[in-house]
Design a binder for this molecule. Structure first.
Ligand SMILES: Cc1cc2nc3c(=O)[nH]c(=O)nc-3n(C[C@H](O)[C@H](O)[C@H](O)COP(=O)(O)O)c2cc1C
Length: 365
């Protein structure tokens, strides 16, 4: 019997045993009651697949492009702070693992190592995540630094301008880690990073940033058709349907629930990605079938790193890829382009029978 973890949940279990409890809580936890964390898994788990027979699925190709860059399968690594909390090599291990498995890493500005050191370690495409800062000059400066270092896309996270209430961290008196990308800050003591942040940014500041940044810009944190339409109108090249892993605001919908509304609002004007709760290859397929171009994973990156550094993260990615190709094959789909709503069902065909007073009537056999 193999003792290595064989799925993402087992990776989490092993990581939990190895990490200090407060670190595990910081990574796994969410805002207030964590209702949306639970809802997210329920939402994915309640989407059923419709398998198809007698289709030639000898060859499955899950590759695609994101903003013109080739990726081997439609899973990217989410920006998330301080990978050093899971493994000493931090983001340098992350970018190596992603490149080896043929996917893009979106590196967080709150990384353990500087963006330059991480870029140095990367052998594949890397994107950089930052914020619309209080000082537009600093927003531009950080993006230019990233461009200079070799990052090819800037991801502006929009959903973190309000400090969330994460009760596990309050109980654990959790201290945030190092943030070497921010000048003058050794540690993010008491959220010192917030001196760079602003709650007053509007679509005007986004326009300004896009004019200032000479790289494609995507935004992260979109949860409504209204905002998705505005993103398209303001000319972003991509958006991530995300609620920040339910870490900012609780009792939002699961991202997969709002994906169709957002895809419709965007109407092909920019690429749509999704994150939040992707733990199985089948989840990836469900998101693609509902209109996402690719998905991103956040917490599974920490679980892979905590278990076995670069090798652990490569294994996490391979598991997702293998589960995805297996699921595509069983549903008679050879490429991502063949995936559409016909592979999934969200409403039980028996629902009427369950809700009728006479119940389910079976034909005589
Ligand atoms: C420990 C941790 C740190 C994070 N830090 C950032 C960050 O620095 N910037 C950002 O845009 N999102 C950050 N996120 C959110 C992730 O990018 C992503 O939206 C979320 O984790 C996706 O959900 P999942 O973890 O269920 O895959 C963080 C998430 C976690 C778990």
């Amino acid at each position: 019997m193999t003792t290595d973890p064989i799925n993402i949940y087992e990776y989490e279990q092993v990581a939990r045993e190895r990490l200090p409890a407060a670190e595990y809580d910081f990574i796994a936890g969410g805002a207030t009651d964590e209702l949306t964390i639970r809802r997210t898994r329920q939402a994915f788990d309640s989407i059923m697949l419709r398998p198809r027979m007698l289709v030639d699925v000898a060859e499955i190709d899950p590759s695609t492009t994101v903003l013109g860059q080739n990726i081997e399968f439609p899973v990217m690594l989410d920006p998330s702070g301080n990978h050093g909390r899971a493994h000493a090599e931090g983001e340098t291990a992350t970018v190596r693992a992603a490149a080896a498995e043929g996917v893009v890493t979106v590196v967080s500005s709150s990384s353990t190592y500087t963006l330059e050191v991480i870029a140095e370690a990367a052998t594949g495409p890397i994107w950089f995540q930052q914020y619309l800062f209080r000082d537009p000059g600093f927003t531009r400066e950080m993006a230019l630094r990233a461009q200079e270092a070799g990052y090819s896309v800037i991801c502006l996270t929009l959903d973190s301008n309000v400090t969330p209430k994460r009760e596990r961290n309050i109980r654990n008196d959790y201290q945030l880690a190092t943030v070497p990308n921010y000048p003058g800050l050794d540690r993010n003591e008491s959220g010192a990073i917030s001196q760079f942040r602003t709650r007053s940014a509007t679509w005007r500041e986004l326009d300004q940033a896009m004019a200032d940044i000479p790289l494609p810009v995507i935004v992260k944190g979109i949860m409504t058709g209204e905002d998705a339409r505005l993103c398209a109108e303001h000319g972003v090249q991509g958006l991530v349907v995300s609620n920040h892993g339910a870490r900012q605001l609780d009792t939002t919908f699961a991202t997969i629930e709002v994906l169709p509304e957002i895809v419709e609002a965007v109407d092909g004007r920019c690429e749509v990605y999704l994150d939040g709760g992707i733990r199985r290859g089948a989840d990836v397929m469900k998101a693609i079938a509902l209109g996402a171009r690719a998905v991103l994973v956040g917490r599974p990156v920490f679980w892979g790193l905590a278990v076995d550094g670069e090798a652990g993260l490569r294994s996490v990615l391979r598991i997702l890829r293998d589960e995805l190709t297996m699921t595509m094959a069983a549903c008679g789909k050879r490429t991502l382009a063949e995936l559409d709503g016909s592979v999934i069902g969200t409403v039980s065909p028996l629902l009427d029978a369950f809700t009728q007073p006479e119940g389910l009537r079976l034909p005589h056999v």
